[in-house]
Unconditional design. Structure first.
Length: 167
């Protein structure tokens, strides 16, 4: 996304996870990815994305699996922007309401609905042309550094440590 955020939004640092991270959704240098950027607005985190040609399912319609990716990304950044944590997706439920068209901006917005212990749940709405197009509920486990490293079978990159409760 190259459009600036409106004044009511506070941009989140796109390099939160480091400049070389390769996330398909938010990796700033991933040539195949969405390169999403995020901002906090009140009690939500928002991103805007124009799905390009090549991300279709049916002709002219944004692929449903990529819509779920967009929902998971904005919810994950919702954790970062609203809770100061990162986690691992444990559940993602999507309700597709209407087709999202290719080459028309989509707004994705996440709000925290529950944070109990090491589980957080966010609601996501994808809107296009002022209408709800997809709604999602995404839950995350929020492990501490040691447990996250066990899951990844590798040390966390330094920029990630604080988002998993480390220094």
């Amino acid at each position: 996304m190259s459009d600036p955020h409106p004044p009511s939004e506070t941009p989140l640092d796109p390099l939160t996870f480091g400049s070389t991270q390769r996330c398909f959704g938010c990796g700033p240098q991933n040539p195949l990815g969405m390169r999403l950027t995020f901002a906090r607005e009140g009690d939500s985190v928002v991103t805007r994305f124009v799905p390009p040609q090549g991300m279709e399912g049916p002709p002219g319609v944004f692929h449903g699996g990529l819509q779920a990716t967009l929902a998971d990304e904005v919810a994950g950044w919702g954790l970062v922007g609203l809770v100061g944590r990162m986690g691992f997706t444990t559940s993602l439920q999507c309700r597709y309401i209407r087709p999202i068209l290719i080459e028309v901006e989509v707004e994705a917005r996440a709000r925290l609905v529950s944070h109990k212990g090491n589980i957080a749940t966010l609601d996501v709405v994808l809107r296009q042309s002022g209408r709800n197009a997809m709604m999602s509920t995404v839950s995350y486990m929020l492990p501490e550094v040691e447990k996250a490293e066990r899951y990844l079978n590798a040390p966390l990159p330094p920029p990630w440590r604080k988002l998993f409760g480390g220094e």
